[in-house]
Ligand binder design. Structure first.
Ligand code: C5J
Length: 221
């Protein structure tokens, strides 16, 4: 057991029961021309967390603990993309449309894949998810149960959308959730702050928050 200096209070980390979930560090959210950009977002903010996220992943790999990556994407025939998701708003390109990195948010396309700097090892699990939450319509719950995991450390994008949704899904399933605050980002800095505040409020109602250094230090103990 190790103690992570966290908010709102220390997190007792049990390495043998812990996995890292890296949410949606895909080109479609992080690079120009992808899904994030089609919605009018400035994607440059998100690139900045790549080094901290890489340090967190390296810490888990060094400790021999599971690293699980997710990708928000859809089947090429869009059978798993609800029309309400595809037709909402006025993006410059919709899910499935051809863009500079291939079809937007479609499995197997360059844009839907994970950025090179954080690319999964062949031994690591990659979950393709059609929703914002990583438990919805995926085998994630069964995979974690198979590994005996009960604590999850979270990184990735965006804080208030797919990261927060997955943390809430995990919290309701009984996992203890810890968010790495410098390895997550939003297109809207105020939303990142608000999401973290909501997660840790009311004595960690959804989970805890700590920096990458604090988490990696505890893994080294
Ligand atoms: C969004 C995500 N923001 N990965 N997806 O649509 O947070």
């Amino acid at each position: 057991m190790a103690t992570v200096k966290a908010r709102p209070f220390d997190f007792t980390l049990v390495p043998a029961k812990t996995a890292l979930i890296v949410i949606d560090m895909q080109r479609d959210f992080i690079e120009p021309g992808g899904f994030g950009a089609t919605l009018g977002n400035d994607v440059s903010l998100l690139r900045a967390i790549i080094p901290a996220t890489a340090r967190l992943i390296a810490g888990f790999r060094k400790a021999g603990l599971p690293v699980i990556h997710t990708r928000e994407c859809h089947a090429p025939d869009l059978s798993d993309c609800p029309p309400a998701k595809r037709t909402r708003g006025k993006p410059s390109l919709r899910i499935g449309d051809p863009g500079p990195m291939g079809r937007i948010l479609i499995a197997g396309e360059t844009g839907a894949d994970i950025v090179e700097e954080l690319y999964p090892l062949p031994s690591e699990t990659v979950i393709d998810k059609p929703g914002k939450g990583a438990f919805y319509a995926t085998p994630l719950g069964d995979i974690l149960a198979g590994k005996g995991v009960s604590q999850l450390v979270f990184a990735g994008v965006t804080t208030e959308v797919c990261v927060q949704t997955t943390m809430r899904e995990a919290n309701d399933r009984g996992y203890e959730c810890l968010l790495a605050t410098d390895a997550t980002e939003s297109y809207f800095p105020e939303f990142k702050k608000a999401a973290i505040d909501m997660i840790i409020a009311q004595s960690a109602i959804v989970g805890w928050a700590a920096t990458v250094d604090e988490i990696v230090e505890a893994l080294d103990d």
